[in-house]
Design a protein around this ligand. Sequence first.
Ligand SMILES: Cc1cc2nc3c(=O)[nH]c(=O)nc-3n(C[C@H](O)[C@H](O)[C@H](O)COP(=O)(O)OP(=O)(O)OC[C@H]3O[C@@H](n4cnc5c(N)ncnc54)[C@H](O)[C@@H]3O)c2cc1C
Length: 294
Amino acid sequence: MKRTDIAVIGAGPAGVGCAVQLKMLGFNPVVFERNRVGGLLHEASLLGNSFSGRAEKAGALISALKMKIRKFGIKLEKNRITDISYGARGFLLEKEHGGKTRCGILVIATGTYPENGGITAVPARENIVFYGIGKLRRVSGMSIAVIGGGDAAFDHSIVLGKNNKVSIFVRDKISASDHLVKEVLENRNISIFRGFCFKEMVKNGRGICLVFRGGDGLKECRADFLVLAVGRKPELSFIGPEFRRKMPYLKKNGLIFLAGDVKNRGFRMASIAWADGIKAAMEIAAAESGRDSR
Ligand SMILES: Cc1cc2nc3c(=O)[nH]c(=O)nc-3n(C[C@H](O)[C@H](O)[C@H](O)COP(=O)(O)OP(=O)(O)OC[C@H]3O[C@@H](n4cnc5c(N)ncnc54)[C@H](O)[C@@H]3O)c2cc1C
């Protein structure tokens, strides 16, 4: 195999970590990214569990990833991979903006996509219901409901609570990290409602009225926006059933590697994703040297 024959899908911490390590090991990977370098870090604010021990701004980590791509001369192609197949000539990747790419080794570092947590009554109204805070970062003076009890719900609430009134609705227990919970409790703009289960939502003027079951009965909450942070699933939606069936064989033979949140279930952290990418690169190098010596 040529040492240039590796494709990495995704330029979040896992994909970039993998590409950097591959470069250091003498390979020349191509990274495909459908959106922005940094992946889910664009939704985070402060990372409290960084290697340095200090809380780090997610923006600083994104800048570090971009800098590494430049420094190591990593080839980055802005394109969504829409399908993958595998045959006698290796992997064939189909690209959204036209064309196909072949590679001999594939790293899937595509992260996750948000779930709706069974809240099916939510209409697909992009200007009211959000699965992250991207477009809401600049709003102020609004009332915002956040559903979820984990790190994402609390992190989003801290960012939004700087300039808005935020109500967090938690169905069961709060699972967010202590430093996030502490910051939320210290912010007068943010209220937490525990034991509230979403029932329904109706349109109310320019905003919405949310109805929850909990406490003594039903509680209504009027909000301009709703942010859902109720869980995420591995982003493997672009992989068809035929390729899925081949994946165990390809994994066993050191031809395909999954890195980061896409495979880490309950252990979705930027530092784990980064390390996972490095590990995948080292496994590729080990598999390659095994093939070379045969
Ligand atoms: C609100 C919030 C707070 C967080 N706080 C922390 C924290 O304090 N500490 C911490 O360690 N972690 C935190 N995280 C988690 C951290 O952001 C993730 O664990 C990390 O970004 C995962 O990296 P990844 O590379 O595996 O996936 P991602 O960052 O999701 O990157 C995947 C990339 O793949 C791309 N992609 C997907 N499909 C395709 C395709 N078909 N073709 C091309 N590209 C594709 C995506 O566009 C994306 O850029 C937080 C996350 C959120 C949302």
